[in-house]
Design a binder for this molecule. Structure first.
Ligand code: NDP
Ligand code: MG
Length: 392
């Protein structure tokens, strides 16, 4: 029986994780569930899974939860505030941590789970974008198990030799990692057509049902760029060995090209329950509830190159990774602020990339091997980006 903390249980990945656990109750017990403020969902989840602890970051929401828990027959400890996220991630009773908080808010608890030697099921890609070096060092030093949840990285993990972390790709005979991208809802739009697109259009992803932030990131293809950075840290992959290909069907989730000409890929339906079930059960396999892939029904798989002019965020990600240091911290923080502003209709779609580019020019790059410096750069970038948006 493995005891699991689900960070961000009320989100898209959190809900899918609990769906799998609900079918494997004899193998997993829920230690803690966490949310920002969606307590209706959390109350429901607590009724079903009876966790020992919940963390609610927002104080008012926590108060409401306390008032309603008895009526819902829930008996658990309620913690308030972001620091408690770290506590439920590092507790010694916890075996597995699903890191599924969105954005930099997930960094400290994800890092805590890595330092505490847990099996870390990492969905929170931003943690690697911000603290790739520190995070991977923490995993190595603590002996934690790191299982990628992002479908592309999970596919690469499955297509690489056993336990790839730490070895160089060339030692494993790997030529290239090829990340596939659906191209999002605006794949066929011209740069001109992109100007007027709305948040509602941007979050309507053709293949995946996801949280708002990652949906906008998919529409700008910032998401794929963040995934390039994620792959760099996860698989010790030089930037030149990571490529992206548009594959609108999202059936091939990514591929590894080997020096002998072989290409190994992972295929399946676009449903996050597959990578989540893989990471929960690894090295075994368990049913995930996902429909089997039927290639005869799908018929054809297409592939296209990425156009950096149409999707400038992708280019910014490659550039920030090449700059090194805290450039990717700034990239991520500026993007989070810009996406929020776009969702609130304070900026238009193409301004997201422009704003991130400006912040990258303005904020000084520092070495990224010190958490305090990283957090200071993150905070500075958020301020500068907010000001730039207000001045528009
Ligand atoms: P959602 O927006 O659906 O869920 C986010 C979760 O984080 C919710 O539980 C939310 O709580 C919580 N949260 C939000 N802000 C804070 C905060 N400041 N402090 C604490 N908790 C917070 O996101 P997704 O599930 O889509 O994505 C989660 C992560 O997984 C992201 O990093 C994303 O990039 C990654 N990922 C997601 C995929 C997907 O298919 N969804 C695919 C691959 C990666 P509340 O509900 O109360 O707001
Ligand atoms: Mg992905």
């Amino acid at each position: 029986m493995k005891s699991i903390t689900v960070l961000g249980s009320t989100g898209s990945i959190g809900v899918s994780t609990l769906d799998i656990i609900s079918h494997h109750r004899d193998e997993f017990s829920v230690f803690a569930l966490t949310c920002h403020n969606k307590i209706e969902k959390l109350l429901e989840q607590c009724q079903q899974f009876q966790p020992k602890h919940v963390v609610i970051v927002d104080e008012q929401a926590a108060q409401k939860f306390r008032e309603q828990m008895a009526g819902h027959k829930i008996n658990c400890e309620v913690h308030v505030g972001a620091q408690a996220l770290v506590t439920v991630a590092e507790q010694c009773e916890v075996d597995y941590v699903m890191a599924a908080i969105v954005g930099a808010a997930g960094l400290l608890p994800s890092l805590a789970a890595a330092k505490a030697g847990k099996r870390v099921l990492l969905a929170n890609k931003e943690a690697l974008v911000i603290t790739g070096e520190l995070f991977m060092n923490a995993i190595k030093q603590s002996g934690a198990e790191l299982l990628p949840i992002d479908s592309e990285h999970n596919a690469l993990y499955q297509s690489l030799p056993f336990k790839p972390f730490g070895q160089s790709l060339s030692e494993m005979g790997v030529n290239r990692l090829i990340l596939t991208a659906s191209g999002g809802p605006f794949r066929t739009f011209t740069a001109d057509q992109l100007v007027g697109v709305t948040p509602e259009q941007a979050v309507a992803h053709p293949n995946w049902k996801m949280g708002q932030k990652i949906s906008v990131d998919s529409a700008t293809m910032m998401n794929k760029g963040l995934e390039v950075i994620e792959a760099h840290w996860l698989f010790n992959a030089p930037i030149q060995q990571i490529d992206v290909m548009i594959h609108p069907q999202s059936v091939i989730h990514s591929m590894v090209e080997y020096t002998d000409g072989s290409v190994i890929a992972e295929l399946g339906m676009p449903d996050m329950r597959t990578p989540i079930a893989y990471a929960l059960a690894w090295p075994k396999r368990i049913p995930s509830g996902v429909k089997q892939l039927n290639l005869l029904e799908i018929g054809k798989l297409e592939f296209y190159p990425v156009d950096f002019k149409q999707f400038p965020c992708m280019k910014l990600c490659y550039e920030a990774l090449a700059m090194g240091g805290t450039a990717t911290v700034t990239l991520n923080a500026a993007n989070e602020i810009a996406v929020e502003a776009f969702l609130q209709k304070r900026i238009n779609f193409i301004q997201i990339a422009q704003i991130v580019e400006t912040s990258l020019e303005k904020v000084t790059i520092q070495p990224a091997n010190d958490l305090e410096i990283i957090l200071a750069v993150d905070a500075e970038t958020r301020l500068i980006t907010q000001k730039a948006i207000a001045a528009l």
